[in-house]
Design a protein around this ligand. Sequence first.
Ligand SMILES: Nc1ncnc2c1ncn2[C@@H]1O[C@H](COP(=O)(O)OP(=O)(O)OP(=O)(O)O)[C@@H](O)[C@H]1O
Ligand SMILES: [Mg+2]
Length: 403
Amino acid sequence: MPEARTVLVVGDADAPRDTTDGVLTERGFRAAEHVDTLAAAATRLRSESFDLVILPIGGAGPKEMSLIEHDIRPSSPFIIGTAAGATQELILGALRAGIPEFVPAPLNPEELDVAVRRLVRRMEPALRTRGKIIAVYSAKGGLGTTTVAVNVATAIAREHTDERVALVDFVVVGGDVRVVLDLKPSYDIGDLVMKVDRIDGELLSSLMTPGPSGMLVLPSSDRPEVQDLIESNAASAILSQLRAHFNYVVLDLEHYLGERTIGALDTADRIVLVTQLSVPALRSTQRTLNLFNRLGYAPAKVAVVVNRANAESPLTIGDAETVLGRAINGKLPNDFTACADATTKGIPVLEHEPNSSLANSYRHLAANLVGTPEAESAAANGTSNGAGDTDSRKRRLYRLGRS
Ligand SMILES: Nc1ncnc2c1ncn2[C@@H]1O[C@H](COP(=O)(O)OP(=O)(O)OP(=O)(O)O)[C@@H](O)[C@H]1O
Ligand SMILES: [Mg+2]
């Protein structure tokens, strides 16, 4: 029997207590310990560790949020905040203070259970699995690759609460994921590559940063030397460890098609190729599809997604299909306000505007990417991933460069 998990409750954040005790026992926690105030919790956490902290955020001002962010969260990253009648502003403040889950008070067993399960999933030592890698790519910058990666990962994490979801910034230096999600990571992909020979599930999870909806994020580094450290062998070692320890791995790829990026595209089970209804975007997508074809990717491996599809443009989806010679697999509406506000607040559109048409489209796309028998059978037949050894990749790259 694994040891029961421990939980610390501040004040009456667990009311009604019967409900909370029932959910926690069911999920493998022992009886909760209680303290009266946030300050008392911070003191207690200095000398003792708890697997979960449940605390009240109703009425929490900047002072309390700062106490949570600086004195509670570093010793206990698994926190549930509760409050009655919380405003969106309060919930966002809590997210920014690093509280990964919010449940309205008085607690209801279903809502509490979803939050507890998401956190428990992150606490569990990762079991070995063969996860699915979804790579998000566009040859041109600024078309929405990062936004799609962040929101697709969030949609998968929200839909598959019992599975482990990773979002990885494969723009290994200076990538935007940490900015878009306002993360303050203790570690990044640079720390991981230093330990690449020793990675196991636990080390991997401990070097990742809790992100929205229970996912774990591997942010890019801000040290330029990491660029060279993550050459194609190290990149492929990182990807195979991620695949072994997560059910779903979403990659935000850089636009430059170097060996590292081609290696990631090879390894991926699905590629989301992001484009827009403009001549330069479609031209570059056409070239990328040609290249994918020459790399031997099955068409079903690639999902072409038109971002900002209803933005004013003389071009239509039909034009895009004609130019690209294939069907468009997804359309994401233009929603400047939702995207800009979500980025300013450091959260995904899916959490900021969950009922928007853009959020719906991300969910739809994520559902398509997660379950596609066509692509799976292609991958099983070895027609889609075909990573090949490094030398043959170099030769292929060389040929592509010359053609
Ligand atoms: N569907 C959308 N509607 C409106 N704005 C969007 C949409 N998707 C993305 N954007 C905005 O477009 C801009 C570029 O998006 P993003 O950073 O995701 O693109 P990118 O391809 O990753 O760019 P980069 O070249 O910096 O890597 C951002 O300001 C983002 O908020
Ligand atoms: Mg980007």
